[in-house]
Design a protein around this ligand. Structure first.
Ligand code: PGA
Length: 252
């Protein structure tokens, strides 16, 4: 299933929160709250909760995915989960290149590129995160850093495959801090991403999906959704509360 460029996408990233029991309680509340919604409602839940969450959302408009996966199809990678394993439990997408993975688990662009290619081969849609640190922004390197991330993470990806990828601009300094990026920065970087990938792959810029993520909440989500070049939101903290997440879906 391709990512529809017409409808906004609202993606929740639970990170290391919620047991299976907690996921069930959340989804029981979320399903009736968003069932009329025309936007894409995606939730990246912990590995352990994927199977149960997929079962619960089977005939709904909610898609369940993973927050990461291994960079090999199988092998001696203690603690990792492979793309076929995600297929087996019914995940429809995976978040790749999140800054927490880059920073805390030493993932670089080349490793993320291996994961991107494996996910594409395994029919998983991808949320590919990119974004600069505060130091990089202060040094005026944001554009350069993001261009390299895009070039290296998307190496060997075709324009057809790009229809299964949504980029997510997540400035590292805005994540989990109640310190969102300004509208100007979001519009500038989203335009940069669209133009860069458009040139790289020969796709029209309006077919390239770019989400914004970083300190999004119920009060600021509307302003980001009305920004030029913003195709949706990637939400961490505010997605943990079912009412906040549903409110953001309704605003979209
Ligand atoms: P936040 O996290 O919404 O809590 O800032 C966003 C993310 O890390 O995806």
């Amino acid at each position: 299933m391709m990512i529809d460029p017409v409808y906004p996408l609202i993606v929740g990233n639970w990170k290391m929160h919620k047991t299976i029991a907690e996921a069930k309680v959340y989804l029981q509340r979320l399903i009736p709250l968003v069932f009329r919604s025309k936007v894409g409602v995606w939730l990246a839940v912990p590995f352990t909760a994927i199977g149960e969450s997929v079962q619960m959302t089977k005939d709904t408009n909610i898609q369940i995915g993973a927050q990461n996966m291994g960079d090999l199809l199988f092998g001696a990678l203690t603690g990792e989960v492979s793309a076929p394993m995600l297929n087996e439990v019914g995940a429809s997408f995976v978040i790749l290149g999140h800054s927490e993975r880059r920073r805390l688990f030493n993932e670089d662009n080349h490793m993320i590129n291996r994961k991107v290619k494996l996910a594409l081969r395994s029919d998983l849609n991808i949320i590919l995160c990119i974004g600069e640190t505060l130091e990089e922004r202060k040094e005026g390197k944001s554009e350069e850093v993001i261009s390299v991330q895009l070039k290296d993470c998307l190496e060997d990806v075709t324009k057809e495959q790009m229809k299964h990828i949504s980029l997510a601009y997540e400035p590292v300094w805005a994540i989990g801090k109640n310190n969102p990026a300004t509208i100007e920065i979001v519009e500038e970087i989203h335009l940069l991403c669209k133009n860069y990938v458009s040139k790289l792959l020969g796709l029209p810029p309006n077919e390239i999906h770019v989400l914004y993520g970083g300190s999004v909440n119920t009060s600021n989500s509307k302003s980001f959704l009305s920004c030029a070049h913003v195709s949706g939101l990637l939400i961490g903290g505010a997605s943990l509360d079912v009412q906040s997440f549903a409110d953001i879906v309704h605003l979209a």
